[in-house]
Design a protein around this ligand. Structure first.
Ligand code: SAH
Length: 209
């Protein structure tokens, strides 16, 4: 039987991203639905691709790594910052219980909402706004995924919205970025700096006056 593009992509990632639940989710999600028509021929390559509003859909390998680091359980409540195309949010939704995804560009949020609805995923809620503030009304979250580079420090509001034992993964830095994994423990926060990555910047809104 000929494999679909999505399962070929998952097979390419298998050597480097070992988490079976994550690979199964990638194998069953058509990435071509999340990229613009002119990029469709490259949808199953392990590369970041341009989407609208000068943003990018992240590289599948990095998404697989971030999903594995979050150690998602089927009933987890997840905050996703930087909806973009919605691809990462859709994978989170397949691995967890409920996802709130925040995007600053209304056009990207609306398009992602249409894509995800057409795939029949009903456990994602879309919010247009500044993800640096998290989503206090829905906190606490078991997992927080940040899909844009935070600059030198993580926005403190995000860590505060983690549940006990909650995990957060984010690219931290500007020119020189690394994935950072944060776990909330009884004593406070455990932070680990991991591999180098390259993400578009998280754009902070002006502080509220
Ligand atoms: N997860 C996406 C890729 C995200 S690219 C996917 O799977 O396609 C990063 C996204 O973060 C961009 O869409 C950008 O507009 C958004 N973004 C940047 N700063 C933001 C902010 N402060 N709040 C919410 N979204 C933001």
């Amino acid at each position: 039987m000929r494999m679909s593009g999505a399962s070929e992509l998952a097979e390419q990632l298998r050597a480097v991203a070992g988490d079976e639940r994550v690979l199964a989710a990638i194998a069953s999600l058509p990435r071509e639905h999340f990229v613009p028509d002119r990029e469709r021929h490259r949808a199953y390559e392990n590369v970041a691709l341009p989407i609208a509003c000068e943003q990018t859909i992240s590289q599948p390998l990095v998404i697989a790594r971030m999903l594995a680091l979050l150690e998602l359980r089927p009933d987890d409540r997840v905050l996703d910052v930087g909806t973009g195309s919605g691809y990462h949010a859709a994978l989170l939704a397949m691995l967890a219980g409920h996802v709130w995804t925040v995007e600053r560009h209304p056009r990207l949020s609306a398009q992602a909402q249409r894509t995800i609805a057409a795939l029949g995923l009903s456990n994602v809620e879309f919010v247009v706004g500044d993800g640096c503030r998290g989503l206090p009304a829905r906190a606490p979250f078991d997992a927080i995924n940040v899909a844009a580079a935070t600059g030198e420090a993580l926005p403190p509001a995000l860590e505060r919205q983690l549940a006990a034992q909650g995990r957060l993964v984010a690219p931290v830095g500007t020119a020189d970025q690394h994935l950072v994994l944060v776990r909330r423990t009884a004593e406070g926060f455990e932070r680990k700096q991991l591999e180098a990555v390259r993400f578009v910047p998280l754009v902070r809104a002006e502080p509220e006056t």
